[in-house]
Design a protein around this ligand. Structure first.
Ligand code: IVH
Length: 674
């Protein structure tokens, strides 16, 4: 009986984590902890097959329960992977194997490309129009991510020729965008993505396709399926063909006929890769002549005519001089290794993240240890492992702190979680984190309150909690005298603070920093509650009945509003003039013309931006859906409509409007009310 309950609990926990991750892009636990839970569940399911459940998260890892958006799709041609090699010797072996295999008397040529570190995608075009985008999945069945892929600007939606093709490529988050994304996550005290690949895949699986657009994904294509059907004989030719159709490639496809030249190029790309705008983890060498592919053959998972050469990981060795425990906005303590400064892929590194105490114990990292550190394109390097045979016995085991390093109060660990937390409500480190979050771009967007100046204001006692930001103007003269703060910057700061009072209700909810309530959840809560009083009155049951709010979130919300300090803060912020209710832009009659109606649009619109039309619909009482379903009332169709149109037509009951028809309908209904 006990095991059955354990399995049930694990399943529920994982499902909820999936839900939070896929609806808000934020994970409540680290990847490592998540994997551990999943492993534990897998093990129990294997041991106790009598508790099998076809809906177990082990069977559909990473698919949000509520996430009906990503339908499973079978690939017409399986999406193969590549065999790996790690040194030049293995490349020579590969070339030798091919030479032996090929009986056809033809000169062997090889095409060398960069290996992009993102997630593979298959695109299907019909009549020159992009129809479907499917992830790799297990190679045979992937997920339909068409709607999100449509948001990637560099992906051609219409080709220069009206042809039917299937292409394969890699979706990546360019390094610059990756850094920006992590910086903004850091600023908000959110966990950062470990590397651009994780960030790209987390982004593509977002329920809200606007987030996909915002983050600036990119894609490069490296394979044309059944190239022979288009009269193409070599892989390099197929790359030129893709380019002529308007499809983006890396432009790097170099052909060679001598193993010696391949070796020189590997050495070249090992250095040059850092000048590319995207992350690469190696090179790919493909036999160029497509006619030979069948002859050389395939294994069940990989073609024998291609091989990946993996670059050595970017690692450096150094010494751990000490550990600092950083206290974040939520009070969570994160251990940071203080290192002997070392050069790692072009930058000087003296600190590296260690995540949490269980990671330190698992890796057995000690103070004084020689360690390897690694950096993909991360802004925060990681400690990979300690070099144990270099120990001389003087190394010190890292102890878990029992008191907060900032306020010296006793620390607590939440049951079942690895994190230790400072629960002192007035811990200066937490308040600093709260303020930085409150002023961040996605929250109240107050410019001019960076971490240094916040620290200063806290020190001087100008700020004790976020509401004091609105009284900073009283200290105007003293602030002007501070280092680097002239009259002009104080003006700007005060203006920015005043402007924050115009921020919408959902941004205000977000800025409260309720755990696990990100941008999307804040919007959902704002729409569902309309004002803070009714939100604060909502019970756990009320909250979980809101579409998009799960149990963990509901628990955190009720907990947050039950804390006296939070209630007082909301009262103070209300008095300062922040918007604690949804804005009613039109009079009540006009507002409700679309009341009870569900909308969705597809394709590009001429008269509205994507955000603009959504706002208009909401303003008029309608609701925006994110996918076609029976609940949809109207589909507004712009130019180059995607797969949604076909789905809507298949359902039959959905009214399909052109943009002009939508505008006419709006006018007609508004007039009727008049
Ligand atoms: S060719 C049959 N070319 O690496 C064709 N793959 O580790 C197989 N990848 O699943 C793929 N850059 O997602 C190919 N230039 C490139 C690539 C590439 C990245 C990815 C791809 C593949 C994985 C295998």
């Amino acid at each position: 009986m006990e095991i059955k309950i354990k399995i049930k609990e694990l399943r529920e926990k994982i499902k909820e984590y999936n839900n939070i991750y896929y609806s808000d892009g934020e994970s409540p636990i680290s990847d490592y902890e998540y994997d551990k839970l999943l492993e534990e569940l897998k093990k129990l399911e294997l041991e106790y097959p009598e508790y099998k459940d076809e809906f177990s998260p082990t069977l559909k890892v990473g698919t949000s329960e509520k996430n009906l958006k990503f339908q499973k799709v079978e690939h017409e041609h399986p999406m193969l992977s590549l065999a790996n090699s790690y040194n030049e010797g293995e490349i020579l072996d590969f070339i030798e194997r091919i030479k032996k295999k090929v009986i056809t008397q033809r000169k062997l040529r090889y095409c060398l490309e960069v290996k992009l570190d993102g997630l593979s995608i298959s695109l299907i075009y019909r009549d020159g129009e992009l129809k479907r985008a499917v992830t790799r999945g297990d190679g045979y069945i992937g997920e339909d991510v068409t709607e999100n892929v449509m948001q990637i600007e560099s992906i051609a939606k219409t080709l220069t020729q009206k042809i039917d093709i299937e292409i394969r490529g890699e979706i990546v988050l360019p390094i610059e965008n990756f850094k920006k994304l992590n910086e903004s996550r850091l600023e908000k005290g959110e966990e950062v993505f470990a590397n651009p690949r994780n960030a790209a895949s987390g982004t593509l699986r977002q329920l809200d396709s606007n987030v996909v657009k915002e983050r600036g994904l990119d894609a490069y294509f490296y394979f044309l399926v059944e190239a022979k059907n288009y009269g193409i004989n070599s892989h390099s030719e197929s790359m030129n063909f893709l380019e002529s159709l308007g499809i983006k490639t890396t432009g790097i496809f170099e052909t060679f006929d001598r193993a010696e030249s391949i070796k020189t190029r590997i050495e070249y790309w090992e250095k040059e890769r850092y000048n590319l705008p995207y992350e690469t983890d190696g090179l790919v060498i493909k036999v160029d002549d497509i006619d030979l592919w069948e002859e050389i053959g395939y294994t069940s998972k990989t073609p024998r005519w291609a091989i990946a050469y993996k670059f050595p990981a970017k690692q450096a060795s150094t010494r751990v001089n000490g550990i600092t425990w950083q206290v974040g906005r939520t009070g969570k303590l994160t251990p940071v290794a203080e290192l002997e400064e070392v050069e790692l892929s072009g930058s000087r590194v003296k600190r590296a993240s260690l995540h949490n105490i269980s990671e330190i114990q698992r890796k057995d990292i000690r103070i004084g240890d020689k360690v390897f550190i690694e950096k993909a394109a991360e802004i925060i390097p990681q400690v990979v492992k300690s070099i144990k045979n270099l120990r001389d016995g003087t190394e010190k085991i890292i102890e878990e702190p029992t008191r907060c390093p900032v306020c010296n109060q006793e620390l607590k660990r939440e049951e079942g979680l690895v994190d230790i937390k400072c629960v002192n409500e007035i811990c200066p480190a937490k308040i600093q984190g709260e303020i930085e979050y409150f002023v961040s771009r996605d929250a109240l967007n107050i410019a001019g309150l960076g971490s240094k100046i916040v620290e200063k204001f806290l020190d001087l006692g100008y700020i004790k909690d976020v509401s004091d930001i609105y009284d900073l103007k009283e200290h105007r003269e003293e602030i002007e005298k501070l280092d680097k703060m002239g009259e002009k910057s104080v003006d700007n700061l005060i203006n920015s603070i005043e402007n924050s009072k115009k921020r919408d209700y959902d941004k205000v909810i977000y800025s409260l920093g309720i755990p696990f309530i990100g941008k999307v959840a804040s919007k959902i809560l704002a729409n569902a509650s309309e004002n803070i009083e009714s939100l604060m009155k909502m019970t756990f049951e009320d909250l979980i009945n809101i579409d998009g709010i799960g149990e963990i979130a509901a628990k955190e919300i009720t907990k947050f509003f039950n804390i006296e300090k939070n209630k007082k803060l909301i009262q103070k912020l209300k008095e300062k003039g922040l918007k604690f209710e949804i804005e009613k832009k039109l009079d009540d009659n006009a507002k409700n013309i679309f009341s009870g109606k569900n909308f969705l649009f597809t394709g590009s619109l001429k008269n509205f931006t994507r955000e603009g039309i959504k706002e208009e619909i909401e303003k008029l009482g309608g609701k925006n859906l994110s996918a076609v379903s029976k609940n949809l009332d109207y589909l507004i169709v712009g130019e180059k409509a995607g797969s949604k149109l076909k789905k809507a037509q298949d359902i039959g009951s959905i009214k399909i409007l052109t943009e002009e028809e939508f505008i006419a309908l709006r006018a007609e209904l508004t007039n009727e009310i008049d």
